[in-house]
Design a protein around this ligand. Structure first.
Ligand code: KIV
Length: 278
């Protein structure tokens, strides 16, 4: 496909039973690789606060930060749909005009094609308002990290009958409000599968089992870059931290031993411009 993924493509993928891979992305260089590989959706997630900036939660992430990273991801992509997270306390069902201004800035300045908001039924008016203004919205229910201090910890949601019923009601309310997809985070696999079958829009799971229509993971977790901990729901597909460590050791040794730079890395007296104007 030569153009960017649209919300209609995603719906068609669900209808065809084609699973939807999605991964977080925060920078131009990684975005170029992921776009080339054919990831249909890249999420500029507020997880950047943890894996890129070293905070202990997503609560420190601001709208300016996600916009800054999203614009970089946009510059590196031509095919992947970019979904930008609206950060903590930048949207609220009790202030819809404020929510709309936030989403409009995120879309325009972050050059994204959709926004993601966390929250269940109480978020339906926000979703409805944004969608009515032409902004595609991805919902996010289950474990919602922006509410971590209300939830009391990073734990599986929807394990009691009452909690499961609440998640089902939330998914239906978000779909009715116009969300084009919903992230299900840390939801028991049978419940996530049930919700996925009930909805006509795709569900994207993270720690929600294989019965979802798609899967999302944090780039730094699955590429082996973030080594502080590996969530149970993630699998390492590369050892980027190991490669960087090895490369850095070789670089240090070469510099110390005078093996770098070599003649091929040095310039003679004739001024020669390299690609970056050096
Ligand atoms: O910010 C993020 O990375 C997310 C995913 C975990 C879905 O919201």
């Amino acid at each position: 496909m030569k153009r960017r993924t649209t919300i209609h493509d995603l719906r068609a993928m669900k209808e065809r039973g084609e699973r939807i891979p999605m991964v977080t992305c925060y920078d131009y260089t990684s975005a170029k690789i992921l776009d080339e590989v054919g990831l249909p959706i890249l999420l500029v997630g507020d997880s950047l606060g943890m894996v890129v900036l070293g905070h202990d939660s997503t609560l420190r992430v601001t709208l300016d930060m996600v916009i800054h990273h999203s614009a970089a991801v946009a510059r590196g992509t031509s095919k992947s749909m970019i979904v930008i997270d609206l950060p903590f306390a930048t949207y609220s069902s009790s202030d819809l005009p404020f929510s709309l201004r936030t989403a409009a800035r995120a879309m325009a300045e972050g050059q994204a094609q959709a926004v993601k908001v966390e929250g269940g039924r109480r978020m339906a008016p926000v979703v409805g308002t944004l969608v009515a203004s032409g902004i595609p919205v991805m919902g996010h229910i289950g474990l919602t990290p922006q509410s971590i201090h209300m939830i009391g910890g990073y734990r599986v949601q929807g394990r009691t009958q009452q909690a499961a019923d609440r998640l089902v009601a939330a998914a239906l309310a978000l779909e009715k409000a116009g969300a084009f997809a919903i992230v299900l985070e840390l939801v028991p696999a049978p419940l996530a599968e049930r919700i996925s079958k009930m909805l006509s829009i795709p569900t994207i799971g993270i720690g929600a089992g294989a019965g979802c229509d798609g899967q999302v993971q944090v780039f730094h977790d699955i590429m082996g870059m973030f080594e502080d901990f590996l969530p149970k729901h993630a699998r390492r597909y590369a050892d980027v931290a190991g490669s960087i460590r090895e490369g850095a050791r070789r670089y240090v040794a070469d510099v110390r031993e005078g093996k770098f730079p070599g003649p091929e890395n040095s310039y003679d007296a004739e001024p020669v411009q390299d690609k970056r104007g050096g």
